[in-house]
Each structure stands twice: as structure tokens, then as C-alpha cells.
Design a protein. Structure first.
Length: 401
């Protein structure tokens, strides 16, 4: 992530405008390649040697911030360790205690002190010399570097510009445009994982999430800001979205509206997990659709509000077009059984009356897994019984809000 001194976001009028790099422009690619090669060539060298090389490479030209920003992201990918098998604090304690006895220190007595320290710590004089200040940042050694190509590095830089701005934002509004159920679930999972404070509402185009910014959160604002910034690459995974945030570089400086959307060619470095659709899910949806007519079955796209407990997005919605009633089905497959405990806690306090929980279990009575639930439960061993689910859904269906 980029620090404030490396952040290239300008407030122009009412807008906060990031100065993007272009992943297909040769000038930007050349700068990225040169810095990647520089970092790679310093694996095995000290952090101080790398810093000296970066000072020469980046200079103080107009693109100083760009190069330093790219270098910061590259260093974040490096594994840096103390280059000594000895504990530097113990080495210093031993050497300083011996030196105090020989004060004042000359070249001859220094050699004697280092020799005695080596004997006490059962090592060599050279190891004592190396370990004495090995924990200083400049003496730490670069032992590995996770490779990256120039174009992905530039994409990473552009995402980092937004992340840096979000660290200094008052709020964040996210609009998902016609998201599918899997993507909506994924985003809500990330919101929960990063412990962000948000509210949500349905719109004509999809869903709007209003998220508190770190400047709005008085306590623990630094940690909260990092969580908000780390959430942004998860948003970039979505196919169609808009985001706005009120950016303020520092207290008593002008504010600007940061506007970013899915048309800006940003690319996330997060793994796109949680979008896989199992064969069993596809087969169940198809079977339900065949049996339900004239009722319709579709992947649910509605967040069911559970008040202070948050919300859930069921797997399916079974709807009667004639009297405009519907029921929802949440399927706990064998690979999702870890979520059962959370659902038991949440749905016990506030469960919608038209929700069916289908649980994969070998138990004779599936309610043993969720003893406190006050909603219909359908149990199955491998695949839910489509006829039974439909019968339950038609019985508990409620008017569509």
C-alpha cells in the first residue's frame, strides 16, 4: 500500500483525481521493468544496499513519486530477514558488558573483546561482527522476492492509489449493478471479514452499500482505514460497480469526491474465490425449475435483512407469478457446513417466515445440527429432494414485498 508521501491523488475543484499509470504505455512499462530488475538483482544483499541503489535509480526528477511508489509495492513483495543466526540483542549485551571492563577501548582491546564475546557465544569473531547490528533495518537482508511482471505491477499501483485515498476518506458508497448471487455473497463476506460498518439498500440497478470511512470512525481509525483499503480490491473483482468516497489528504485541507467504477480497467490482485458453482447446485436448480411450473425458480438476488444480525442472500427464490408470493431456499451443502453454526445463531434471533434451510446431513433428524431454529428445515444426504422442497416452499410462501 502507498504511504501518504507517495500518494498521487489531486483535488481539482470538487473531485479527487488519481494520477493513473497506463499498463500498456511503454514509458510506464519501462520504469516498472527497471525497478523489478533492480529489486531482483538485490536478493541476497542488504536493505541498505538496495536503498542506495534506489536513491540512484529514482533520483529527484518529476517521476520521483512514481518510481518510489512502484518500488514500495515491490519491496512489500520481498522477504526481508535479520542476516544473523545470533540474537543481535544478546550479542550487543555481551559485547558491551565486556567492553565496559576494558574501557577505554583501543583497536587492540576491541579485538580482545570481540574474541571473548565469540568464545562466550560459541561462535566466530566474524559472526559477532555481523550480528552486532544485524537487526537494524539497513542491515537486514533480502532473502527472497515474489516475482511480478511490469503490467500487473502497474495495475497493482493503480489499485494502491485508490487504497491510499480510502485511508483518508470520510465515507464510501458502493453500488453493485445487477450482481449475481455468488458475487453479492462474496462482497458481503469481504465486508464482514474486514469488519466494516455499513448499511445496504435495494436500488433499481442493484444494491447500494454505504460504508463508514476511517475519518468518520473516531476510535481505532488507523486499523479501520486499513481494513477499508484492503476491502477495495475485493470490490474490483465485481463485474459492474461504482464507488464514491469523500477524500481529504490531511486535516484542514480541501475535500474532493473520489469517483471510481468498473469501466476504468482496474485489476484486482485478490484471488477470485467463492464464485464456483457446484454441479449439484446446477442440477438442483434445473430439477426445481422443471417441477415448479407454473411457479418459477431462480437464483435469489435479494438480501434478506436480519436487522442487527446483518443479512443473508439465499440460494434460490421460488415464486408464484399468479398470486405474487415467494419462498426462499438456503442450501447448506457438505462443503458449506462450517457456516451452519453462524446461521443457527443469526436465524434463531430473527428468521424470515418464508425461508427454508436445506441441510446436508447423515443424521436421522437434521434439527440436531440446528436445535434452536424456528423455520422449516429439509435434510438430505447428498442432493435435496426437489419435490419436498417445492411442497414446503408453496406452503410457506409469502407476498412479495
Amino acid at each position: 500500500m502507498l504511504t501518504r508521501d507517495l500518494l498521487r491523488v489531486d483535488v481539482r475543484g470538487k473531485l479527487a483525481v488519481p494520477r493513473w499509470l497506463k499498463p500498456n504505455e511503454e514509458r510506464d512499462l519501462k520504469r516498472a521493468r527497471e525497478l523489478i530488475e533492480l529489486i531482483e538483482s538485490h536478493v541476497g544483499h542488504s536493505r541498505g544496499q538496495l536503498n542506495d541503489a534506489l536513491t540512484i535509480s529514482t533520483g529527484q526528477g518529476r517521476d520521483f513519486k512514481v518510481k518510489r511508489g512502484l518500488a514500495k509495492l515491490l519491496i512489500d513483495r520481498a522477504k526481508i530477514e535479520v542476516a544473523s543466526e545470533l540474537d543481535p540483542a544478546l550479542v550487543r549485551e555481551t559485547v558491551f558488558e565486556l567492553a565496559a571492563e576494558e574501557h577505554p577501548i583501543s583497536d587492540e582491546t576491541r579485538t580482545q573483546v570481540m574474541q571473548k564475546a565469540a568464545e562466550i557465544l560459541d561462535t566466530s569473531i566474524s559472526e559477532i561482527e555481523n550480528g552486532l547490528y544485524a537487526d537494524l533495518a539497513s542491515n537486514q537482508r533480502i532473502v527472497d522476492f515474489k516475482p511480478i511482471a511490469a503490467s500487473p505491477l502497474i495495475h497493482r499501483y493503480n489499485v494502491a492509489l485508490v487504497q491510499g485515498a480510502l485511508l483518508r476518506s470520510h465515507n464510501m458508497v458502493v453500488e453493485l449493478l445487477n450482481p449475481n448471487t455468488k458475487r453479492l455473497r462474496q462482497l458481503m463476506r469481504f465486508l464482514k471479514f474486514y469488519r466494516l460498518m455499513y448499511s445496504t439498500e435495494r436500488t433499481n440497478e442493484g444494491y447500494r452499500f454505504t460504508i463508514d470511512g476511517p475519518v468518520s470512525v473516531v476510535s481505532k481509525s488507523t486499523r479501520y482505514g486499513l481494513n477499508l483499503a484492503n476491502f477495495f480490491p475485493a470490490l474490483v473483482l465485481c463485474e459492474s460497480w461504482r464507488m464514491s468516497a469523500e477524500y481529504q489528504r490531511a486535516p484542514r485541507t480541501r475535500r474532493g469526491q473520489l469517483l471510481v467504477d468498473s469501466s476504468m480497467n482496474l485489476q484486482s490482485h485478490y484471488k477470485d474465490t467463492g464464485m464456483w458453482v457446484a454441479d449439484e447446485e446446477t442440477a438442483l436448480l434445473q430439477r426445481l425449475s422443471e417441477l415448479a411450473k407454473p411457479w418459477t425458480v431462480q437464483s435469489a438476488k435479494q438480501i434478506i435483512d436480519l436487522g442487527s444480525q446483518g443479512g443473508i442472500i439465499p440460494d434460490f427464490e421460488i415464486r408464484c407469478p399468479k398470486n405474487e408470493k415467494s419462498a426462499f431456499v438456503e442450501v447448506i451443502w457438505r462443503w458449506r457446513k462450517g457456516s451452519l453454526k453462524r446461521l443457527d445463531t443469526v436465524l434463531t434471533k430473527q428468521a424470515p417466515k418464508n425461508l427454508i434451510l436445506a441441510i446436508c446431513t447423515g443424521d436421522a433428524n437434521g434439527r440436531e445440527s440446528c436445535p434452536n431454529l424456528k423455520l422449516p428445515v429439509h435434510t438430505f444426504k447428498s442432493v435435496p429432494n426437489a419435490k419436498s422442497l417445492l411442497k414446503m416452499a408453496q406452503k410457506i410462501a409469502r407476498p412479495i414485498a
